[in-house]
Write a protein that binds this ligand. Structure first.
Ligand SMILES: Nc1ncnc2c1ncn2[C@@H]1O[C@H](COP(=O)(O)OP(=O)(O)OP(=O)(O)O)[C@@H](O)[C@H]1O
Ligand SMILES: [Mg+2]
Length: 387
């Protein structure tokens, strides 16, 4: 596997764009120093379309380095001739089998959906996915946060990766490199894939010039900001949004300083959203935090939460984690227990056992947790996911 980009050499500034569709929800973003990566992705996509020969690209880098922002920007500009399929892995204690494939199958329907909904084996799901990709126009298939993937999903990636050059797809998978300990299952997948059609795009922090440019309206000392953040875009943007007099010492401090600017009800709502990985439905939040609805506007307009089609989420997982880790154990347990009660009788559809198991485990209720865990799936903790 080639290490294509050590660091973006280009200092170009891509003009802000308004994103839409699958890649939306980030709004207008100033994306600095990613011209080289965007050009490579566009060239690879053009080659996939012209030759009907797929490629697998791993976009890697530490938490907050800008993997999602880069992929959103790329997908937003992919054009009508390309189909975008986007799915993410969830940071659950026990990831849902084929988690991201459920999202993909919902979009494509057909045989793939039948396989995924029917709990098909990875081999059959991979074959159905390859047939789906073969039968449609060229596709960008984004699989986000593969470090959290369940084992069945990793098997599908391994199987599709081996035959990716036979279908018109640019399969882009992101992961946090620092989370791949020696025995991490994704590390094994990476080692097994053929180097001919697999590339790794490694993202680096922003340069001092870029940090200075982002801090141009701030009273913070730009050199100190750069030194402290090492150009990590999430850290930089949170530190700027926190609007404190001094540069926060850590990513967590930056995220919490931003939260501290909000009123009590808004902070109560953030506590509730923080115990729910990925996103929380409004009915679930109402069960967790009595003042959820009134406080929502403040949290969204401050840029800490965002509304999605099917719920409310932290704008960034790292901020969710900072708030979650700041909860007292008692409050966390109360919130998880309320989540269990609400999710056991959801407002819409059947109970989601993966989510129930997650809250049971977090609440320390081993009895409920083990009875809910899907058969055969080993628990994978969230250890090491903090920056
Ligand atoms: N090139 C960039 N220029 C300016 N801001 C950026 C850039 N890349 C990312 N950002 C900002 O930093 C934040 C974090 O980026 P992003 O969510 O893409 O990181 P990530 O690598 O996906 O992190 P994680 O591993 O936690 O998912 C974004 O919300 C965005 O505001
Ligand atoms: Mg991301």
């Amino acid at each position: 596997m080639a290490r294509i980009v050590e660091r973006a050499g280009a200092r170009g500034e891509d003009a802000p764009v308004q994103l839409s569709g699958q890649a939306a929800s980030v709004g207008t973003v100033e994306l600095l120093e990613r011209s080289e990566e965007l050009t490579l992705l566009r060239e690879w996509m053009a080659a996939v379309s012209e030759q009907s020969k797929g490629r697998l690209v791993f976009v890697c880098g530490e938490a907050g380095i800008g993997k999602t922002a880069l992929l959103r920007r790329f997908c937003a500009g992919a054009g009508e001739s390309v189909r975008v399929l986007w799915a993410s892995c969830d940071p659950l204690f026990t990831p849902r089998p084929l988690g991201p494939l459920l999202d993909i199958a919902r979009e494509t329907a057909g045989e793939l959906r039948d396989q995924v909904d029917g709990g098909g084996k990875p081999h059959d799901v991979a074959s159905a996915l390859l047939r789906e990709l073969e039968s449609a126009k060229p596709t960008v298939l984004v699989l986000e946060d593969l470090h959290w993937a369940d084992e069945a999903t990793l098997d599908v990636v391994r199987l599709v990766g081996r035959r990716v050059d036979s279908v018109p797809v640019l399969l882009t998978a992101s992961y946090r490199g620092e989370q791949l300990h020696r025995a991490h299952p994704l590390r094994i997948v990476l080692g097994e894939l053929p180097s001919t059609s697999v590339t790794r795009l490694e993202l680096s922090g922003l340069s001092r010039e870029a940090v200075v440019s982002l801090a141009r309206w701030s009273a913070l000392d730009a050199d100190e900001l750069y030194a402290r953040t090492e150009g990590n875009p999430f850290f930089v943007t949170e530190a700027l949004a926190a609007d404190t007099e001094l540069v926060p010492a850590t990513v967590r401090d930056a995220a919490l300083a931003r939260v501290a600017r909000l009123g009590a009800s808004a902070r109560g709502l953030l506590d509730a959203v923080a115990v729910v990985p990925q996103r929380a439905e409004v009915w679930l939040l109402e069960a967790l935090a009595p003042s959820a609805r009134e406080a929502l506007d403040e949290c969204v307009s401050s840029g800490i939460l965002r509304t999605e089609a099917n719920g409310i989420a932290f704008r960034h997982e790292l901020a969710r984690l900072a708030v979650e880790e700041s909860l007292t154990p008692d409050l966390a347990a109360v919130l998880h227990r309320r989540a269990i009660a609400a999710l056991a009788e959801p407002a819409i559809g059947p109970p989601d056992f993966a989510r129930l198991a997650h809250h049971a485990e977090a609440a320390g209720d081993r009895r409920v947790g083990s009875s809910l865990r899907p058969h055969g799936s080993g628990a994978r903790g969230l250890g090491g996911r903090s920056p």
